[in-house]
Design a protein around this ligand. Structure first.
Ligand code: ZN
Ligand code: ZN
Ligand code: ZN
Length: 148
């Protein structure tokens, strides 16, 4: 998608959710579309060119966009919050040795949820998040596994 077309696309999404399509919000969404990996407020604020927005404002923007469902929070590190666009349903495999993140979209959770619902006290499950943690092939096999 061309940059202007992409901004128009995000502008529409923002307006649909009741947000003004401010340059800051559009820039944040463009950065997420460019990198397509979970990013923290710090990552995004470092990648921002114009307008340059401080980390606290980026963080507030991320939180409100996540509540609106435009982006989603991804739990890949303890102690820091990562976000990515909420467009394609997929999960992540995170290397606890070097931090490499790989996507996987062969999600079979829905089937598990259907089975689980028949045995649980829940009426329905609306969403799920699942991230896997391990050691990638580039990291030495002997590396110490850090629990995150
Ligand atoms: Zn992802
Ligand atoms: Zn690794
Ligand atoms: Zn899934």
């Amino acid at each position: 998608m061309k940059k202007t077309a992409q901004r128009q696309h995000f502008g529409k999404i923002l307006k649909k959710q009741g947000f003004k399509a401010t340059p800051g919000r559009l820039e944040i969404l463009s950065i997420m579309a460019k990198y397509r990996v979970p990013l923290s407020a710090e990552d995004i604020s470092a990648k921002m060119k114009a307008p340059k927005i401080n980390r606290a404002t980026v963080y507030r923007t991320l939180s409100s966009l996540a509540i609106a469902g435009i982006i989603k929070q991804v739990h890949i590190h303890k102690g820091s919050e990562h976000f990515e666009l909420n467009d394609t349903h997929h999960h992540h495999i995170v290397c606890t040795g070097c931090g490499t993140i790989e996507d996987f979209d062969d999600c079979r959770v829905d089937k598990t949820v259907r089975d689980l619902l028949t045995h649980s006290s829940f009426r329905r499950i609306n969403s799920h998040s699942l991230e896997l943690f391990g050691i990638c092939k580039k990291c030495p096999a002997t590396i110490k596994t850090v629990q995150r």
